[in-house]
Design a protein around this ligand. Structure first.
Ligand SMILES: *Cc1c(COP(=O)(O)O)cnc(C)c1O
Length: 354
């Protein structure tokens, strides 16, 4: 019988399950964790290659001043409205640790990013999950009634792909007493962002990442945008050196190269439309998406409409897509938009399964 070294809440916790990663050298079509199919900007690669070793000997700038200045230039927000994190997961973690504890619940519509639940459980706080209405209408009244210390809205949302209307977010910001965190991990792929709301409301935080739009998931760099008074509270919780010197240099170079990013995004959007139409012609239901992935439900006649069987059959052929074994999602697949060649290979494999 193992000793109980951990807090009872940790013993009881089912940890967050990240999407599968292939082993080094394994040749796989990886459409399961929404990475950008294109490499990061050549400017980012150049910044990495030309890094002065002195940069590694010293501690990094704890405030990532140069990166925050770049965010300021690119997104037109003051640099003291920006806080950096080790990926946006770190930002979400900082916010929950700063705001949530027993009696101060975390609230969000579901289905959404599962990490909100895991992080809440670590804080011993209640995670109040309000189901989305039909066709992903935001349950605004219920979200407000739940009185979260923090309310999370991922928009565009995962795994659905839909974007929440800015008018709905504005209504939430107006009526919530607690913080409204707008997780814009996929904003680079969307028709519209809610960034302007941080200027209108002192309880709004926007979270962004370089993992998806900029093809830098391996770098681990994200940031929050909010008014400096709010960020001051988050700074107390943050690790001073959570963002390393490599990420600061490479991230800034990537962010400065907007033309390259826009070009990659345009290709992904074009191929998303093609992939959606192709899946529909195979009788898959496809939900509208403003991201780099599609939520899709296989037709009833295909492998008895069994999404899990399709997921496993694709895996046999070295094609990874995301399957969530949970109510409401267990008949669906989330498929990341790959390169044209990857999408074609996926469609061929699905055709063979028909
Ligand atoms: C991918 C993702 C994140 C995490 O991004 P990182 O910056 O890589 O930590 C956050 N929120 C949502 C909704 C995501 O899909």
């Amino acid at each position: 019988m193992a000793k109980r070294y951990f807090r009872p809440s940790i013993e009881a916790l089912v940890g967050y399950q990240p999407g599968e990663q292939p082993k080094p050298g394994q040749s796989i079509i990886k459409l399961n964790t929404n990475e950008n199919p294109y490499p990061p900007s050549p400017e980012a690669i150049a910044a990495l290659s030309s890094l002065d070793p002195e940069t590694l000997r010293r501690y990094p700038d704890p405030y990532a001043t140069s990166f925050r200045q770049t965010v300021s230039d690119v997104l037109n927000v003051p640099s003291d409205w920006v806080l950096v994190g080790n990926g946006s997961d770190d930002i979400l973690n900082i916010i929950i640790r700063a705001c949530a504890e027993p009696g101060r619940p975390v609230v969000y519509p579901s289905p959404t990013y599962v990490l909100y639940r895991t992080l809440s459980q670590l804080q011993l706080t209640e995670a109040v999950e309000i189901p989305y209405e039909t066709d992903f209408q935001l349950p605004i009244a219920e979200l407000i009634a739940a009185q979260g210390a923090v309310t999370f809205i991922a928009t565009p949302n995962s795994p659905s792909g839909h974007r929440v209307a800015t008018a709905d977010l504005r209504q939430l910001a107006e009526q919530l007493d607690g913080l409204l965190v707008i997780d814009e991990a996929y904003a680079d792929f969307a028709e519209e962002t809610a960034l302007a709301l941080v200027q209108e409301f002192d309880n709004v935080v926007i979270s962004r990442t370089l993992s998806k739009g900029y093809g830098l998931a391996g770098l681990r760099l994200g940031f929050a945008i909010a008014n400096p008074a709010l960020l001051a509270g988050l700074y107390k919780v943050r690790d001073s050196y959570s963002v390393d010197a490599v990420a600061i240099a490479v991230g800034a170079a990537a962010l400065r190269d907007q033309a390259y990013k826009d070009d990659c995004i345009a290709k992904v959007r074009r191929d998303r439309i093609f992939l959606a139409q192709s899946l529909q012609s195979l009788n898959f239901k496809v939900w509208p998406s403003e991201t780099n992935f599609l939520l899709t439900r296989p037709p009833r006649n295909k492998l008895q409409g069994n999404a899990e069987a399709i997921y496993l059959a694709l895996k046999q052929q070295n094609i990874l897509v995301r399957y969530f074994k949970q109510p409401g999602l267990d008949d669906k697949l989330r498929i990341t938009v790959g390169t044209s060649a990857q999408n074609e290979a996926l469609l061929m494999a699905l055709q063979r399964l028909a």
